[in-house]
Design a protein. Structure first.
Length: 196
């Protein structure tokens, strides 16, 4: 599948959409982590294997490895120590957030440099070839998976009474739908046409 050829997805729209998706996942994870104190970010309630801090560290180091020199080097960098990503020994909130910032800075920087014509180029991850757009999709799925873990774990730690919802909260669907109907029209009407 070529993403930049005639009758295919417009490559620039694709790159913009992927960037927006990454921003959304980063915002959700940031919003969840911000609700936790310095000790809570390292908590493992009920014996869960990974803390929010460890999941953020792993996600950030994965972003760094996959995106650093995206088009010219293998996505599994030689200096990556994946196993150490699952330990929070010697880490503080500040060091976790430094990893987080570095990973996202690299990812957004490389994404911003990509051209639609790059999407069909071959890149490798652990030697396995992928078209660039396939490697990007693979990473978006990885980030979305871990974002869900971060949000759910943070919510469990914070508790239902103190958790500030990051999306439409339970019980808020009616008000949200009314707001969307006001903005976009009644999508259930037989003559509904989406606004561009």
């Amino acid at each position: 599948m070529a993403l930049h050829r005639e009758n295919a997805v417009d490559g620039r729209l694709y790159l913009d959409d992927i960037t927006d998706q990454y921003r959304c996942y980063k915002s959700l994870a940031d919003g969840a982590a911000a609700q936790l104190g310095d000790e809570e970010i390292f908590a493992r309630p009920g014996g869960v294997a990974l803390s929010v801090a460890v999941i953020m560290k792993h996600t950030a180091r994965n972003l760094r490895s996959r995106w650093l020199d995206f088009l010219t080097t293998d996505g599994e960098k030689k200096d990556r120590d994946r196993e150490s990503e699952f330990s929070d020994a010697w880490e503080t909130r500040e060091t976790i957030m430094a990893h987080w910032k570095e990973g996202w800075t690299i990812a957004f920087g490389e994404l911003g440099r990509l051209e639609p014509s790059d999407l069909d180029r071959i890149v490798t991850i652990r030697g396995q070839p992928y078209r660039a757009w396939e490697a990007i999709h693979r990473n978006v799925l990885h980030v979305s998976y871990h974002t869900g873990q971060i949000v759910q774990l943070a919510r469990a730690i914070r508790g239902p009474d103190e958790w500030k919802s990051l999306s439409v909260p339970p019980g808020g669907t009616g008000a949200h739908n009314a707001k969307m109907r006001e903005k976009y029209g009644d999508w259930w009407a037989p003559d509904f046409k989406p606004k561009a």
